[in-house]
Design a protein around this ligand. Sequence first.
Ligand code: SF4
Length: 678
Amino acid sequence: MPRVLTTCIYCGCGCGLYLISDGKRLTGAYPSRNHPVSRGALCVKGWNSYEFSNDLNRLTAPLIKKDGKFIPASWDETLGLVVEKFKHYKNTFGPDSLAFLSSAKTTNEENFLMMKLARAVFKTNNIDHCARLCHASTVVGLSLAFGGGAMTNSINEFKDAEVILVTGSDTTAQHPLIGSRIINTVKDKGAKLIVIDPREIQLAKYATIYAQPKCGTDVAWINGLIYVIIAEDLHDKKFIEERTEGFLELKRTVRDYTPELVEEITTIPKEKIIEIARLYAKARKSMIVYSMGITQHTTGVDNVLSLANLAMVTGHIGFASTGVNPLRGQNNVQGSCDVGALPDVYSGYQSLVDGDIRKKFEQGWRVEGLPPKAGLTVTEIISAAGEGRIKGLYIMGENPIISDPDSNHVRKCLSEVEFLVVQDIFLSDTAEYADVVLPSASFAEKDGTFTNTERRVERIRKVIDPPGQAKADWQILSEVARRMGYKGMDYKHPSEIMDEIASLTPIYGGITYDRLGPYGLQWPCPTKDHPGTSVLHKEKFTKGKGTFMPRPYIPPAESTDEEYNFVLTTGRVYWHWHTRTMTNRTSTLEREAPEPYVEINCEDAEDLQIRDDQLIKVSSRRGAITLKVRVGHKVAKGTLFIPFHYREAAANILTILAVDPIAKIPEYKVCAVKVEKI
Ligand code: SF4
C-alpha cells in the first residue's frame, strides 16, 4: 500500500510518521525510524492519527445557515456571501470591525495567508490564534530577556543533560516523546531530574527531587532559588559580567525571598528550595523545561522572565544541553507565531510599528497603507464580538467555545456577533454558532509545513484527496482574497507561499521545500546555504546582552474564600488532544478516556464523604459542571484538577477571564471553585 512520510498532527514534538492509504482512505500510521524526534517511536495519538480523517461526519460541502438550519450550498454562493458581508462591514464600520482567528493546527503557509488576508486585503491587524491561550507569555517573556521567544535548545540535547528541571509541564501526557527522552536520560545516563508542579505527575516518579508548590506561586520559588544561588556564591560571575545586564536589580529584588518566606508562600519546604538551587546551579549542563503550568497565569510573563533570570544567573544558557525550553503545545503553534498570526508582529516577529518593516511588506505584497496599530488579541476579539464592535468574525480551525476561558461568556459573544464564518474539518461546537461553514482538508489531504517546538520546520505531505467538496485552507483563503479583487494571492502550490515567507522573514530566509528533505531544518536559517540552528544565543543573545528582569511575587487574580474554598487547575490527559474534535473520533483513544473527571485529594474526599466515581458538582462564580470524581494523591489538599478536553463537562465553564497584563494570556491554571455532592 502507498505510504507517505509526513508530520504528526497532534503535539509540538513534531514526530515524523508514515501514513498508509488504499488510495482513498487512510488505513494506518507508523513511525519514521530515522526521524530526529520520533526515532522509531510514536505515542498512542501518533499511532492512531490516521483514523479521524476517515470519519463519516467530516464536513464535505459549504453550509449556509437559513432559518436556524445549515443548508448545503455551492462554494460560489457561500464565498460570495462571505465577501459581500465582509466588504460591507469594512466599508460601513471600518476595517477594525473585522477579526480573524487563525489556527495552530494548520500549516505555516495557511497561517501566513490568514495574516496576509487580514492585513493586506482587509487592512486590519485583528488577527490572533490559540498561542494567546498557551504560550503568549513565552513569546513576550523570552523576547524581552533574550531577544527570541522560542525553545533555546533542541530535543536531542536532553540525552546529555546532567540536570533537567521540569516545571508546569505534564510532559509524558502532553509531549510524550520528549517525556520518554527525559526518562531515558535519567534511567540510562544517571541525570538528575527536578520536578516542580502542583500535581504529582508521572515524571515525579523519576525525580531526584519533587516539590509541590501552591498553584500560582512560581515567581516566589524561582526568586527563592536565585536567592540561595547568590547567597551561596553559586552564580556564574563571568557569564553575568560578559553576557548580561541588570544583575544588581535582580540581586536587590531576590534578597527578600529567603527560603523561609518562600516556604510560607509556596508550601515547598525551605530545605527543598536550598537543595534544588544547589543541584541546578552546580551541574555543568542544566536544562529548564516548562509549559502551560508556567505560562497560563496573570503573571505568565513574570514566570517566564523569572526562569530566564535563573538560567542566566547560573550561565546555563547558550550551550548544548542547557537553556530555557518552553514545550509548545499544538503541532504548529510555534510556526503560527513565527509566520505572524499575531496582532502586533509580521512574520519573524518583525514589528508592525516599524515603518521600514511595514514598507517591506507593502512592497512584497504590492499594497499600500498597511495598518500600523496593533490589533486585538483572542480574548479581546471574542469580547468585542459580543459588544458589537466586531461585526464579521472569521475563525479557521479553532474551537473557542471549549478552549477559551469562561465558556458561557464565549457562547454569548458568538451568538451575538453579526456574521460568523467557521472553516473546519468537523462541525465543532463553535461551528454551530456560524452563519457560514467552510469545509477544509485535514493534515493528510494537503501539502505544507509545520514548525515543531524545537523550531524544526518540517513538511506535511498530501496522501489522499479531501472528502466531497472540502478544500485546503490555503486554497479557500486565496479564493476569498481573489474575490475581494486582490491579485497577490494566486498560488499553485504551498511551496510558492513558503518562498514568499522566506523572502520577507529573515529567520526563515534559507528555507525552501527542496531543502527541507525528510527531517526539516531548524530556524534561524537565514540563507540558502545555512544548515539551521540547534542552539540559540551561543556567542551572544539575539538581542545582544541578556537582560535580567526581576519580578516580585503577585498572587493569582482569584483566591479562595469560605464559599469557593478549592483551587481549580486544568490540564491535559495522554489520550486526548485539546477540544477532542479529532481524538473523540478515534476509537482507541475514546475507549481509554471516554469521560470527564475531577481529581481530588484523599483527605478532602474523606472530609466531604466522596468516593471514587461518584458524581459531584463543581461550581465557580461563572458556572457549574457535573462530573465523576477520582480520589488520589496527585493534587494537594484544597486543590482540584480537571482535564479541559471534554465538552460534556467543559472545565472552561469554570475558569476565569483574567489575563496577564502584557501577554493577555488567560489564567487557566488558578480559579476558586466549590464542590457539592449530588
Ligand atoms: Fe504525535 Fe506528539 Fe505523540 Fe509525537 S509525541 S506521536 S508528535 S502526539
